[in-house]
Design a protein around this ligand. Structure first.
Ligand SMILES: Nc1ncnc2c1ncn2[C@@H]1O[C@H](COP(=O)(O)OP(=O)(O)OP(=O)(O)O)[C@@H](O)[C@H]1O
Ligand SMILES: [Mg+2]
Length: 754
């Protein structure tokens, strides 16, 4: 039940608050006074849209008040009750923004906000109706009361099925048919494939193939066994062969060794023969060899001694020569020393001479200094002549001065000459002293000379002895003798060589004997080796033939198995297909029965619903229809939901074609009432906008009376929007008068009448 409606800036409403009660609530007013707007507001509050907005005839902005000045935001709020619980829905529309806020409250507590869609979903659950059902069954829009009558029968059936929820079965049935068809197609495809496979599969060939594979496999097994055996045999033979070949190699190596030893022995024998030839005819070559060796030794000793003596001799000769040279030198020195005394004498003489010169020099010096002294005096004084004591005139003075100057000059010259002489003497003296000192060294040469001469004599004697000894030894030793001896020794040494060679020969013979023994020990048979080789190559040939056969047999088996696998997979496929076909058959059976059940349920349900609807309509008809021309109304299920009314002759006639406008309207109204009662048990609500349009006053009166008296039986709450004053009397709930008094503002004004 809707309890309160609040509108703000909703179409022509500025701020309208309306309260409603159970029973018939009526909104009465002149044209354009804002009645329908209230009903639209209720729909909008529940579902966020109105029929004209839903069909896009208007926009949400068109719902916001325009006059007298344009509002920006419209608010719709309704309070309603379902059972014992009270709810409220509020929605706000903002210009250019659409619905900006929606909320649902339960007992004042917010349970959903702010999404329009989510609030609507909650409301749909609460009312048990969606917008479509609500706008068809609960809210009968102005001029749309005969909505169901205006529909074509087929559409009507569909719409009523929708309202009664029977369409769900139809949808399910249709889906089932689709599924059934698809499955049938599937089944056909599988059956076709199965048929093809059955044609393809050759059971006989399959059996034959299996047998062939079996026998080939047996053959392969046998071949493998035989091959294994052969392999073992071959292995053993190869081992034997290896042993024999090793022996052969050993024999060959020993033979080679033997040959080599024999060759060696032979060459040693030849050398022995040669050596024996050399000493043929010599009686006791060994003694002879020893004798000769001793002789050679002696001779070599002598030669060595001779060499040493010759060296000594050479040394002595050199030494005597050196002494000779020394003696010569000493003789020269002694001779030179004889000049020593001469030099002493000359030195004495020179001393004397220098003394004389010195004395002379001194006298010259004295004379000259005297002269120089007197000259000086002469020049300083102008007295008498120092010499003659006479008074001197100038001329005389000059003459005396010049004479004296000359004399001084002469004396100086003499002094100079004397100095030169003295220097020469000194120089000579120095040389003589030097020479004398040199000769002093030779003073001892005479003694030395004597000594040397004695030594020379001694050495010469020694040399003489050596020369004699060399001569003697030289006669005893000669190179030829030595050479001859060596030749002889060389020849005689063959004796020793023969001895050594004999030893070697003996050793080789021993080895030869050993080798022969070894050879004898080895048990080797060439013939056996050849036979073994033949046997092995035969075994190999057989083995490769068997291998070849085995390989080709395996290939054949592989191919045959491949083919078998193909065939088996086809057989498997066939089995699978058979299973699938069987399953599909079963499912199809099930689908078919399900489909039938759906159809039957649908028919049954429809019959049940429609029977109830028809009962209701029959009941309402008798209450609403004021005349006796028609008794009842029904939906004809067999005739595609044709709406029929029962005439006084008890004939069902079509309500669409054969009746008057008013009668038709009554039929539509009855249908609306019955439908809404049938499908909205939860909210028990009906909203009729101008329900009396086309009805005469008697009919309106009857309707008003019926509604007033029976509305409790029909529905809990009803809204009637009308300009028909006659309907005022129908109101058992609230009655409002709506007006637009102020034509300038165009705003709705509401007056509550009771
Ligand atoms: N957005 C709007 N702002 C202001 N007025 C509007 C707006 N939309 C519609 N109207 C006006 O509001 C008035 C109310 O219309 P409404 O359909 O509610 O009238 P009514 O009472 O049902 O009239 P009638 O009896 O003719 O059906 C109309 O005159 C309409 O022109
Ligand atoms: Mg109206």
């Amino acid at each position: 039940m809707i309890e309160r409606v609040k509108l703000k800036n909703w179409k022509s409403h500025h701020e309208t608050k309306l309260e409603f009660d159970e029973g018939v609530n009526a909104l009465i007013g002149t044209m354009g006074s804002g009645k329908s707007s209230v009903m639209e507001a209720v729909v909008f509050a529940f579902y966020g849209t109105t029929p004209s907005h839903n069909s896009r005839d208007i926009t949400l902005d068109d719902l916001i008040r325009r006059n007298p000045s344009q509002a920006d935001k419209a608010i719709v709020e309704i309070e309603f009750r379902i059972g014992k619980e009270s709810y409220s829905v509020r929605r706000e529309i903002e210009r250019d923004k659409g619905t900006t806020h929606s909320e649902l409250r339960k007992e004042g507590e917010l349970i959903e906000a702010p999404s329009t869609r989510e609030v609507t979903e909650q409301v749909e659950k609460l009312l048990g109706l969606n917008f479509k059902a609500f706008s068809r069954a609960i809210y009968s829009e102005q001029n749309n009361l005969d909505l169901f009558l205006n529909m074509r029968p087929g559409t009507r059936k569909k719409r009523i099925d929708e309202l009664l929820d029977i369409d769900r079965f139809e949808d399910a049935r249709k889906n089932t048919v689709k599924v059934e068809n698809n499955m049938k197609k599937e089944l056909e495809n599988r059956q076709e494939a199965l048929g093809e496979l059955e044609d393809e599969i050759d059971e006989e060939e399959l059996e034959e193939l299996e047998k062939e594979i079996e026998s080939k496999k047996e053959r392969i097994e046998k071949l493998q066994e035989s091959l294994e055996e052969r392999e073992k045999k071959l292995e053993n033979r190869n081992k034997e062969l290896k042993e024999l070949e090793d022996k052969k190699e050993e024999v060959e190596q020993l033979e080679e060794k033997k040959t080599k030893l024999e060759t060696k022995k032979q060459s040693i024998q030849e050398r022995i023969n040669e050596a024996e030839e050399k000493i043929e005819g010599i009686e006791d070559p060994e003694r002879e060899l020893e004798k000769n060796r001793k002789q050679k030794e002696k001779l070599e000793d002598k030669n060595e001694k001779l060499g040493k003596l010759r060296e000594k001799k050479k040394y002595l000769e050199k030494h005597t020569e050196e002494i000779g040279e020394e003696i010569e030198q000493l003789e020269e020195e002694a001779e030179e020393f004889e000049k020593f005394e001469e030099l002493e004498e000359e030195l004495e003489e020179l001393e004397e001479k220098t003394d004389k010169i010195k004395k002379k020099g001194n006298s010259y010096y004295a004379e000259r200094t005297n002269l120089e002294e007197s000259l000086k005096t002469l020049k300083e004084t102008d007295g008498d002549c120092p010499t003659c004591g006479q008074e001197m005139d100038k001329e005389h003075r000059e003459k005396v001065v010049s004479e004296r100057k000359q004399k001084i000059q002469e004396l100086k010259q003499k002094e100079k000459e004397l100095r030169q002489k003295l220097e020469d003497k000194d120089e000579r003296k120095e040389k003589v002293v030097e020479k004398r000192d040199e000769l002093l060294e030779y003073k001892s040469s005479e003694d030395k000379l004597k000594e040397e001469r004695e030594e020379l004599e001694e050495k010469k004697e020694k040399l003489q002895d050596i020369v004699e000894e060399v001569e003697k030894l030289g006669e005893e030793f000669s190179e030829e003798k030595l050479e001859e001896l060596e030749k002889k020794i060389d020849q005689l040494e063959s004796v020793e060589e023969i001895r050594e060679l004999e030893e070697k020969k003996e050793h080789i013979e021993e080895k030869l004997e050993e080798t022969a023994e070894e050879l004898e020990d080895i048990d080797f048979d060439e013939e056996k080796l050849e036979t073994l080789r033949d046997e092995i190559s035969e075994l190999k040939e057989k083995r490769s033939a068997e291998k070849q056969e085995l390989k080709s047999d395996k290939e054949i088996v592989e191919e045959k198995e491949k083919r078998l696998e193909q065939m088996q997979s086809q057989v498997e496929k066939k089995h699978e297909l058979e299973k699938e076909v069987e399953k599909l058959d079963q499912v199809l059976d099930y689908v078919y029965s399900y489909k039938t059940a759906l159809k039957e349920t649908q028919i049954e349900l429809r019959q049940k619903f429609v029977a109830r609807l028809n009962d209701l309509m029959d009941d309402i008809w008798t209450q609403v229809y004021p005349y006796n021309d028609y008794y009842s109304i029904r939906l004809n299920v067999e005739e595609d939901y044709l709406v029929e009314i029962l005439d006084s002759d008890n004939n069902w006639i079509s309500a669409e074609a054969e009746v008057s406008g008013g009668e038709r309207h009554s039929a539509a109204l009855v249908m609306r009432l019955a439908l809404s009662f049938t499908i909205s048990p939860k909210i028990q609500l009906l909203m009729l906008d101008e329900p009396t349009h086309n009805m005469d006053s008697a009919a309106v009166e009857k309707l008003a009376e019926t509604l007033r008296q029976n509305s409790d039986n029909l529905l809990k709450q009803m809204f009637i929007v009308t300009h028909d004053i006659a309907l005022e009397s129908a109101a058992t709930g609230k009655l409002y008068r709506l007006e637009k008094k102020n034509t300038e503002t165009g705003l709705t004004e509401v007056e509550e009448v009771n």
